[in-house]
Design a protein around this ligand. Structure first.
Ligand SMILES: [Zn+2]
Length: 147
């Protein structure tokens, strides 16, 4: 309903602007066909200008959404890791991004540290007994846990 009213209002506005804008053509030679021709030209012009305007507004909105998306992606790429200063051994919390060289200035001594990220691997182990059975055995050992 709201959209219908907006379309109706825009159409009325275009018609009124065309009707008023074409008035000089009516007085020029007092010709109704002149008036109607100018009315049609003005209506077409407004439709073209309106379409172009909407197109550029859409493009601008799209570009701004893309900017927000890339800012969000950047924010998601930042991780915080506990690090230890290589100079004084103080614990720091450091912003890390995997796709670039990372460094930080120590909060205690102010020295610049490079952050080296290492990875390690392990085999995935399978439990030898089902979880429920393991829990039962674990619970039956209650009281012997201080040994
Ligand atoms: Zn330090």
């Amino acid at each position: 309903m709201g959209k219908f009213i907006i379309i109706l209002g825009s159409s009325l506005l275009i018609a009124v602007i065309s009707a008023v804008g074409a008035l000089p053509a009516l007085f020029w030679g007092m010709s109704l066909s002149n008036y109607l021709a100018v009315f049609c030209i003005l209506t077409a012009l407004q439709l073209v200008v309106g379409t172009l305007f909407n197109y550029f507004v859409d493009q601008k909105t799209f570009r701004e959404m893309e900017k927000v998306d890339s800012a969000n992606a950047l924010a998601e790429a930042i991780q915080y890791l506990p690090t230890t200063c290589a100079y004084c051994g103080t614990a720091n919390l450091t912003k890390i991004m995997l796709d670039r060289d990372n460094s930080f200035n120590c909060e205690a001594c102010g020295e610049k540290n490079a952050v080296i990220i290492e990875s390690s691997t392990a085999r995935i182990t399978m439990p030898i007994m089902p979880k429920a059975e393991a829990a039962e055995i674990f619970n039956s050992l209650d009281g012997d846990t201080d040994g």
